[in-house]
Ligand binder design. Structure first.
Ligand SMILES: Cc1cc2nc3c(=O)[nH]c(=O)nc-3n(C[C@H](O)[C@H](O)[C@H](O)COP(=O)(O)O)c2cc1C
Length: 369
């Protein structure tokens, strides 16, 4: 597979996202890689992995837990709630900046997707005690997800405080900003859905109530680090994480109407742009919009360029193709063949499939012993 972008393509033009100058509009989508150390400190290889991909207009990191209970959907995923975590993230941010890149940290609470066997015995929490009908890999093999404990109303301020504290640590570590993970069936998405959220307090029921936790997290993080350093990811109608939503548009309209005046760096939407929901939400959101189409058949850069040209998207996020092509931008300019992602090493430990995807230069001049 190969695509050619002209040097004057919209996707290659710089863009300002909040307080950050991105050198092009092709961002690296958040990608969990399961290489972190047992205590949630990122891998020693992560600085190299991310700096190899500094050609992206903006790197959005893998989902990073805001607390211990927020972790545990998959093995070896990082956090940003201890000094040791923060020190490693500072090393990663420094390496990306030295390579000319920009980096936002995706902040994550897994909610009911957590498994006690992955997370030191910690019981997962969620809006309601409803299990996802799914399995996850644990140290003792594949296990069904468990029924989570429903959060009490008086525990919600603590969740918001965890996002706030992790955002502060991200900025103190030198990252350019944070992306709040409101997508893909994790805690904030579980609150948005009328299926996984059956609460009767101020965080359940009406669309405004279901949007409340995400909005309050966004507001707290904005208060902590400034709107120009905050993005939000949503995936309206996406079924990842055994997610169902019955009146999708209403909750996201309520959310976007509430947060629009804050002036966030961007809204990141994982959606097929031909979906009805996208048209409605694009009309509500006049700010910077990062689009991830997530097509099963892989990224079509010609199609993405046309979304950017029309203004349907301000920038695009690319996941698997960036994972496999550290020098993606150079390849697109040259129309060079793209490396294929190796699914078997997406979540495998070690360097293979992580920092060893070759650049074009390495393909042309193979490393000699
Ligand atoms: C290996 C892998 C890990 C992922 N991890 C995350 C994640 O940590 N956070 C997130 O929001 N999405 C995650 N996603 C979803 C991607 O960000 C993206 O939406 C998806 O891969 C579709 O985009 P693509 O076709 O460009 O790969 C992951 C996807 C893959 C393949």
């Amino acid at each position: 597979m190969a695509f050619t972008l002209a040097p004057d393509a919209t996707l290659l033009k710089p863009i300002r996202v909040g307080d950050t100058d991105a050198r092009n509009r092709i961002f690296m989508a958040p990608l969990t890689r399961s290489r972190a150390q047992a205590d949630g400190t990122p891998s020693d290889l992560a600085a190299e992995y991310y700096s190899q991909r500094a050609g992206a207009g903006l790197i959005i990191t893998e989902a990073t837990a805001v607390s211990e209970v927020a972790n545990g959907a998959y093995m070896n995923t990082p956090g940003n709630y201890t000094d040791r975590h923060q020190e490693k993230w500072a090393e990663i941010a420094g390496a990306v900046h030295d390579a000319g890149g920009r980096i936002f940290m995706q902040l994550w609470h897994v909610g009911r997707m957590g498994h006690p066997e992955v997370n030191g015995g910690i019981e997962p929490v969620a809006p309601s005690a409803i299990a996802a009908d799914m399995t996850t890999h644990t140290p003792s093999g594949k296990k069904a997800l468990v029924v989570p404990r429903a959060l009490r109303t008086d525990e919600i301020p603590g969740i918001i405080a965890d996002f706030r504290a992790a955002a502060r640590r991200a900025v103190d570590a030198g990252l350019d900003g944070v992306e709040i993970h409101g997508a893909n069936g994790y805690l904030l998405h579980q609150f948005s859905s009328d299926v996984t959220n059956q609460r009767t307090d101020a965080y359940g029921g009406s669309p405004e109530n279901r949007a409340r936790l995400t909005a309050e997290v966004v507001e707290a993080v904005v208060d902590e680090i400034g709107a120009g350093r905050v993005g939000l990811r949503i995936s309206p109608g996406n079924s990842a994480g055994d997610m169902r939503e019955e009146n999708t548009v209403a909750v996201y309209e309520a959310l976007l109407n509430r947060i629009a005046p804050l002036g966030l760096a961007y809204l990141h939407v994982l959606i097929d742009p031909s979906a009805r929901e996208f048209g409605v939400l694009r009309a509500v959101w006049s700010g910077t919009l990062v689009l991830n189409t997530g097509r099963e058949t892989g990224t079509d850069f010609c199609q993405l360029e046309s979304y950017a040209e029309w203004g349907a998207a301000s920038a695009v996020a690319v996941g698997r193709t960036f994972l496999a092509n550290p020098d993606l931008i150079d390849r697109l300019l040259l129309g060079a063949e793209l490396n294929e992602p190796d699914v078997a090493t997406f979540y495998a430990p070690g360097a293979e499939g992580y920092i060893d995807y070759p650049t074009l230069a390495e393909l042309e001049e193979p490393r000699t012993a």
